[in-house]
Write a protein that binds this ligand. Structure first.
Ligand SMILES: NC(=O)c1ccc[n+]([C@@H]2O[C@H](COP(=O)([O-])OP(=O)(O)OC[C@H]3O[C@@H](n4cnc5c(N)ncnc54)[C@H](OP(=O)(O)O)[C@@H]3O)[C@@H](O)[C@H]2O)c1
Length: 213
């Protein structure tokens, strides 16, 4: 398949790119930093684009069979819109180009966070900046998930736990329900994305991906 990977130059995106090539796919790797992208292979081409730029997203998306997004942002105390705006732009481009298959990485944190008034009050008293920054990103990822679910596309949302380096693919689990305090090897979430884009076992589903502890 011809894949376009947004966030391809992230630690996870690089693994997705490598595993997709090994699986026989070709990859258009989207990054704002093409000079830093480490792959030089006939199966991968690099595209410089900012995902907040709808025209640029439209331009790089056309002509592919599927989209994989591992767009992410660091914690911020300011309002965050990158994941939702990027995904809006991607969905719009896909519909315009008649494309169907979309896989996005979200986060198991969305369930772990206690966003009830009592939980927010408790955390606010303890770690005000951490709360403000974490919840801003979480709110944006929730908006992203809603855009994906309402897109009408053949979507899959993958929710990893805290990402940690992994040297190889483990015996990871994909489940409909979260596991307590999950962690996920980057090799595992990358493998899950490439496997899912190939097999489509979780169309229209939100799936937790967790590695053994
Ligand atoms: N880290 C964790 O513990 C954790 C936990 C759960 C879920 N996740 C999710 O897992 C995914 C991968 O995480 P990661 O830690 O490997 O990567 P990451 O450090 O979050 O990097 C994400 C990528 O997003 C891209 N990006 C951000 N803003 C962009 C923009 N305006 N235009 C174009 N690209 C933009 C960056 O690309 P360029 O800088 O190359 O342009 C970057 O490579 C993310 O979706 C993250 O939210 C992470």
């Amino acid at each position: 398949m011809k894949l376009v990977v947004f966030g391809a130059n992230s630690p996870t995106g690089r693994l997705v790119t490598a595993m997709a090539m090994t699986a026989g796919h070709t990859v258009t790797a989207v990054t704002r930093r093409p000079a830093d992208f480490p792959f030089c292979d006939h199966r991968v081409q690099t595209a410089a684009a900012d995902v907040m730029d709808a025209d640029a997203v439209d331009w790089v998306t056309g002509g592919h069979d599927a989209v994989v997004s591992v767009i992410g942002v660091p914690p911020s105390v300011r309002p965050v819109t990158v994941c939702s705006q990027a995904t809006y732009n991607i969905v719009k481009a896909m519909i315009g180009h008649g494309m169907r298959r979309l896989l996005c990485v979200a986060s198991a944190d969305l369930d772990a966070a206690d966003l009830s008034p009592a939980g927010l009050l408790r955390q606010r008293a303890i770690r005000p900046l951490v709360l403000a920054s974490g919840s801003a990103v979480q709110r944006d990822v929730r908006r992203m998930e809603n855009i994906v679910r309402e897109s009408g596309l053949d979507w899959t949302l993958l929710r990893p736990g805290r990402l940690v380096a992994g040297s190889e693919v483990s015996d990871y689990r994909m489940t409909a329900r979260p596991v307590p305090r999950p962690l996920t090897f980057r090799t595992d979430i990358a493998h899950a994305l490439v496997r899912e884009v190939t097999h489509g076992a979780y169309l229209g589903e939100t799936v937790y991906v967790s590695s053994p502890k």
